[in-house]
Design a protein around this ligand. Structure first.
Ligand code: SF4
Length: 299
């Protein structure tokens, strides 16, 4: 697969440049966050979305520090809670695209309950799951996804507890869109994000991400030697959940990238809210002011 064409992709159209900010990036050199941010802006530009069309919701973590590095409506929430914020944004105004991002620590230690219910409710949003297998912002402690035998700050010797399998987990919950990408392959990630943006439901996109500062065991080169395109698999049917579950279980030496599973038949959360049929306003437009002074005067 191609490339590390991050720089080349920067030149660009006004559609891309509208998401640029003058803020100084604080990520380490060669951090995978650059490629992910770049791919996100590209995907939005290619989908014809303006910065007024999208709400970006960021969790705490190195990726979360991208919240002021993209121009648009952004929320930087509490650790592990980004999906509940994102769900609120979507329910308040269904016309907005909602894109949430969090790392492996936030998603699978502080906030798995929010992931469970975001998947179960099939909220129509994109979730970019940054997986660099450690807590980068707090100097490289082990997360629930650090592999056995890996070395992390704060863990004497080596990691000995088996990691969770994130894609197996979300597939077991009945996810309707599950994809995997790699931060070093920006074009591929861009295409995955475009499909995720167009999915009518909860789109879970795992991004295998290099953290060259604290995870020296799986740098870009390590991933680059192991990633493959799922479209190269003969007879792979991304509508077949059992093929997807087998693929993500049998990791072996290969990481298959692309859309691994997609269910186009299940309606999203909005489609289940029949009481809203025929209502032309958004919830955010229905907010009313109530004068409660009468109730408070005797207190
Ligand atoms: Fe990126 Fe790791 Fe540096 Fe954080 S610590 S900015 S994840 S390279």
């Amino acid at each position: 697969m191609e490339n590390k064409d991050v720089k080349k992709l920067g030149e660009l159209s006004k559609e891309y440049m509208q998401f640029e900010t003058p803020e100084v990036f604080t990520w380490c050199g060669d951090c995978g966050n650059y490629g992910i941010q770049n791919a996100l802006k590209r995907a939005l530009a290619l989908e014809g979305l303006g910065r007024q069309d999208v709400v970006f919701c960021y969790d705490v973590g190195c990726n979360g520090n991208g919240s002021d590095k993209i121009e648009g409506y952004t929320i930087h929430g509490l650790h592990g809670r980004v999906l509940s914020l994102a769900a609120g944004c979507k329910l308040a105004n269904t016309k907005q695209k909602v894109i949430a991002a969090a790392g492996d620590g936030a998603t699978f230690s502080e906030g798995p309950q929010h992931l469970i219910h975001a998947v179960r409710n099939n909220y129509p949003m994109v979730f970019i799951f940054h997986n660099n297998e450690n807590y980068g912002l707090t100097t490289g402690q082990a997360s629930a996804l650090s592999p056995c035998g890996s070395h992390r700050n704060g863990t004497p010797g080596e990691v000995t507890i088996p990691p969770l399998n994130p894609l197996q987990f979300v597939l077991s919950l009945g996810a309707t869109f599950v994809a995997r990408a790699f931060s070093g392959e920006v074009s591929n990630l861009t295409e995955v994000l475009r499909d995720a943006i167009n999915h009518d439901g909860f789109a879970f996109v795992e991004v295998l991400q290099a953290c060259p500062t604290y995870n020296k065991e799986t740098p870009d080169e390590w991933y680059a030697a192991r990633v493959k395109d799922v479209r190269e698999l003969a007879n792979y049917d991304r509508a077949d959940i059992w093929q997807a579950r087998k693929l993500v279980e049998d990791v072996g030496d290969d990481f298959y990238l692309g859309i691994l599973y997609e269910d186009k038949n299940r309606v999203s959360f909005m489609g289940t809210q029949k009481y809203r049929d025929g209502v032309s306003t958004e919830l955010v437009e229905e907010v009313k002011h109530y004068d409660i002074s009468e109730f408070l005067k005797d207190l």
